[in-house]
Ligand binder design. Structure first.
Ligand code: 2AM
Ligand code: CA
Ligand code: CA
Ligand code: CA
Length: 271
């Protein structure tokens, strides 16, 4: 894809993200239809579905050969990142959307022939759009943000869900205790997209989570790389963008420091 085409795609995608944001803002005065997916904490609203359908209609109309992977399943069965692929979470942080009407975002990541190209994470209520066109730096609205600098755990604020430091079936909950003890503090926003955007812009120094799907992290993955941060899975391995995975994003040297604690914890537990 040449630069002119990429710029056109960037401008178009950005305008649709803003348009979708307006639809969500207007919805606050209407009653929401809320249903459960797998369990009582796994909510979906008519707005999640409506916004995903909004993007699909726009994309299929203007770019019929593009593929779309969306959380609510109205897109395509995307098997690889050949061609142009949009990975969309229409509302990331649905529980917050329902309970707070705050701390949720639209997340759109666009890949072309396997390469990360464009990303948009739009905090609709705060009017904050975190975005990038690969190679041109990370932006918050109109402002270009500095690249991420190195830091140490004792000076860091870490995004972490409390679930992972209480006994749970997925990981040894002791593993992440050093982060809670040694960092300046932990935060949990309940929206992976915003937490990843916050790492990209430096509001968080790192973010760890155990199980996300492509739509939760695709745009954040692109933003963090563009900002000079490191994003991997919990073992420090390369992320499979089309798979379910743990996610560990951090400033460069901090990523290494935290990985040390994680592997040390695993050794201590004989894992
Ligand atoms: P969602 O709001 O789009 O579902 C905190 O719940 C974060 O984890 C959110 O980013 C949420 O995305 C994501 N998440 C992923 N799988 C989830 C699930 N099964 N239930 C609730 N949240 C989930
Ligand atoms: Ca969901
Ligand atoms: Ca999500
Ligand atoms: Ca969602």
């Amino acid at each position: 894809m040449d630069n002119a085409k990429l710029t056109e795609l960037y401008d178009t995608a950005k305008s649709w993200v803003f348009e979708a944001g307006e639809i969500i803002k207007r919805s606050f005065s209407n009653e929401l239809t809320i249903t459960y997916k797998s369990h009582a904490a796994d909510l979906v609203t008519d707005m999640d579905k409506g916004i995903e359908q909004f993007f699909i209609d726009k994309i299929k109309n203007k770019y019929p050969d593009h593929e779309i992977l969306g959380e609510e399943g109205y897109g395509d069965k995307v098997k690889d990142l050949d061609g142009t692929v949009w990975i969309i979470d229409p509302i990331d942080g649905t529980t917050n959307f329902v309970h707070q009407q705050l701390n949720f975002a639209i997340s759109v990541g666009i890949f072309h022939d396997g390469e990360e190209k464009l990303a948009f994470i739009y905090d609709v209520v705060r009017n904050e759009l975190f975005h990038c066109k690969a190679g041109e730096g990370l932006y918050l609205n109109e402002d270009k943000l500095p690249r991420l600098e190195e830091t140490t755990l004792d000076k860091s604020v870490i995004g972490l869900n409390a679930t992972w430091i209480t006994p749970n079936p997925k990981i040894d909950h002791q593993l992440l205790l050093p982060l809670v003890r040694k960092s300046r503090g932990t935060r949990s926003y309940g929206t992976a997209a915003i937490e990843l955007a916050y790492v990209a812009c430096g509001r968080l120094d790192a973010y760890l989570t155990m199980r996300l799907s492509p739509w939760d992290f695709a745009a954040g993955y692109i933003l963090i790389k563009e900002a000079g941060g490191i994003i991997s899975d919990m073992n420090g391995e390369e992320v499979n963008v089309l798979g379910k995975t743990s996610i560990f994003a951090a400033k460069p040297s901090l990523h290494q420091e935290i990985l040390g604690f994680i592997s040390q914890g695993k050794d201590d537990n004989g894992q």
